[in-house]
Design a protein around this ligand. Sequence first.
Ligand SMILES: Cc1cc2nc3c(=O)[nH]c(=O)nc-3n(C[C@H](O)[C@H](O)[C@H](O)COP(=O)(O)O)c2cc1C
Length: 448
Amino acid sequence: MAEKKKIHLAFDISYTHLDGRWRMPGSWTGRIYPDLDVYEEIARISERGCIDMLFFGDGTGIPATWGNSRDEAVRWGIGWPRHDMSPVITAMSRVTKHVGFGLTYASTFMHPFYVARLFNSLDHVTNGRIAFNVIASSRGADAANYGFDELMEHGLRYERMEEFIDVCRALWDSVEPDAFVWDRESGLVVADPAKVRAIDHAGKFFKVRGPLNCVPSPQRHPILIQAGSSPRGIKASAYISDHVFARWPSKEGKAKHRAQLDKEIVAAGRDPSKIGILWGCGLIVGETKAEAEARREQLLTMIPEKAVGPYLSHNSGYDFSKLPERFSLTELNAEITKKNASPVGFVYKLAQTLGGNAEISRKDFFEHALRTATNYDRTYADTPAKLADMLEEEFEAGGSRGGFMVVHPQAVPRELLNVVDLLVPELQRRGRFRKSYEGKTLRDNLAE
Ligand SMILES: Cc1cc2nc3c(=O)[nH]c(=O)nc-3n(C[C@H](O)[C@H](O)[C@H](O)COP(=O)(O)O)c2cc1C
């Protein structure tokens, strides 16, 4: 019998201290963000469970879209504080050997020379275990810190992202892997200067001469990840990604996303069998179903009522504070799209769930918003065996390439420990998950 395709598992730790999670039962007590020891401990636990990658999403603004004020977000720790996690990854990599690290920057705001150079260095420091999650960002507060009064137009953000990655790739290839000789006797560092080349990039958004002034790194290119879910976003994913992130649609939705992506991958001249999707899923693993479900209910107490609107407005790039008592979701989504935020965000999905041109009251809207903000609707709470059944089915529905990213864990370390000590052994028993790391780099491990 053919060996079962392995499932890959990543774990998102960007939200552990945000949006009320820091005080949920099962989270660390007496250890305050950004305590480095906590991150080192997370890295050790993950490696014990042979997890592929720890992941840091990012945002660089304090939410201020709601009523044009940041006060509620500041009060309740919504979307902030957030540090640049690149030095933290350095520390985590020093206490582990195998687990990979994903780090996020926005191509809309950053410069590709800086980012290419940073990831080259991180690839050295981690010994080939770094991934770059490139985002466009649809958050006004982030854009405002980089000189924008409004969000850059949606299609243009992706055009810039593709050029950004072109520049990074050219820079990572601008020095041949065998260029450096470091000959002690003669003093020669690079014997053949032709192995170090300018890139002379002059495009619509960037002008970069190159070469990158660095030693080629173990993976040469970091693993590239992208999470766009609109048609234009999926096209960018196909052009850019080694692995794609996607949210958690139905089984049919997964098959559709996979088919759309595969079509775009082929159009980009790449091989769809090599590019996995990591489906973002909320998991609460319990020894019993009742225990897991009770913990899931706690999610609804995580974000104070006053902070739900600020959370959602920030993440949707639209001010929901002035919504009338009743309104049409389809019309609201058209408004959101006009503001250049994502056309396929929360409101679009809610309209799809509730059907067609659904009207909704303000009160009901914010009830749904709470369930989204806490990830309640997309969190599966069950025993390891039941969750493993579900993951196997969903994995196959999505094309059996890639795996899952456990997103927005309710409480860390509890959620991570339960994945590592309960779910991973179950998947291992089924031949679906590695028992030890085989590759040397993150790229090798994700290709297993
Ligand atoms: C698993 C996952 C992780 C994401 N991480 C981030 C992030 O860290 N920061 C961010 O601003 N957006 C993040 N996003 C949002 C995407 O970058 C993107 O804006 C969103 O999927 C909308 O796609 P679209 O612009 O193609 O409509 C993430 C999306 C997914 C599915």
